[in-house]
Design a protein around this ligand. Structure first.
Ligand SMILES: Nc1ncnc2c1ncn2[C@@H]1O[C@H](COP(=O)(O)OP(=O)(O)OP(=O)(O)O)[C@@H](O)[C@H]1O
Ligand SMILES: [Mg+2]
Length: 267
């Protein structure tokens, strides 16, 4: 079953066509990757899916499962980012976006408020239901911090964390919104090979444990090839290849896009 589909999505900024006719179909439970050279349009595709931009053409369709287990395809094209998050799509950002002055725990708590079933007013008045809700939210966040290896740092300022741990915190914050689809924009950026290996294992485990579907932008090819079920390759906004890791790795168009040379030409 498709969880996320895009139909002929186009995103044009003035004369720049950042995404041109994007058709993706991500099945529930899979891990899909979006790769391509710098400036290919990958982050723009995520921005369209998450409502940061309304595409200049095409549709974004999301099929969440509700509490009763029923599924309905919803046209989320151009909906507000917080609405889309509320429906079950969470993301991390290529340029880390944490509340630098808040603690690690507070950064995750902020995200849970989207799902709170008590009102802001009752929280202000410290009504019993709100107090119980807050206690539960704190426990949920601490559980996530434990899973992301950050529990011992929960009272540290987010800005004091090394880069790699800030990326983990972004994932914890995304998970706090209870997503069905998790979009990761270069989760291993700035990480050394060992950290990248650990992150690869972690992403794979989180996918199973939280029953997630993952769509990931990454430049670390070993990570992408190891854990992706399907890969989409963008170049100048266009999808030049899609398929399994094996299919994509051996596709001459992909080799050419990455090396900037005709793959058939021997050196
Ligand atoms: N808000 C915007 N206004 C104008 N142009 C934009 C905007 N956002 C993106 N672009 C342009 O769209 C193109 C694609 O950018 P995008 O950030 O999506 O690439 P990317 O594949 O994520 O690259 P990278 O690997 O470097 O992160 C670039 O030419 C970029 O300059
Ligand atoms: Mg990008």
């Amino acid at each position: 079953m498709s969880l996320l589909r895009t139909e002929n999505v186009i995103m044009q900024f003035g004369g720049v066509v950042a995404v041109n006719d994007l058709n993706i179909d991500i099945k529930k439970g899979e891990l899909a990757a979006l790769i391509g050279p710098n400036g290919a349009g990958k982050t723009t595709a995520f921005n369209v899916i998450t409502g940061v931009y309304t595409p200049t053409g095409g549709k974004v369709l999301f099929t969440p499962t509700d509490k009763s287990g029923a599924t309905t395809e919803i046209d989320i094209t151009g909906k507000k980012p917080d609405k889309i998050t509320g429906m079950g799509v969470a993301r991390t950002f290529q340029n880390i976006r944490l509340f630098k002055e808040l603690t690690v725990l507070e950064n995750v708590l902020v995200a849970t408020h989207l799902n709170a079933d008590y009102s802001f007013l009752s929280a202000m008045l410290r009504a019993p239901k709100a107090r119980k809700g807050e206690r539960q939210a704190k426990m949920d966040c601490e559980f996530l911090l434990e899973r992301l290896g950050l529990i011992d740092l929960k009272n540290e300022k987010a800005s004091s964390l090394p880069y790699g741990q800030q990326r983990h915190l972004e994932i914890a914050r995304a998970l706090a919104t209870k997503p069905q689809l998790l979009l990761l924009d270069e989760p291993a950026a700035g990480m050394n090979p060992q950290e990248t290996d650990e992150l690869t294992d972690l992403i794979f485990k989180l996918k199973t444990d939280f029953d997630l579907t993952i769509f990931m932008i990454e430049h670390h090819m070993d990570l992408v090839m190891e854990i992706s079920d399907h890969i989409y390759v963008l170049d100048f906004g266009c999808t030049i290849a899609k398929g399994t890791p094996d299919e994509v790795q051996n596709n001459p168009k992909v080799i050419e896009a990455y090396l900037g040379v005709d793959a058939d030409v021997e050196d």
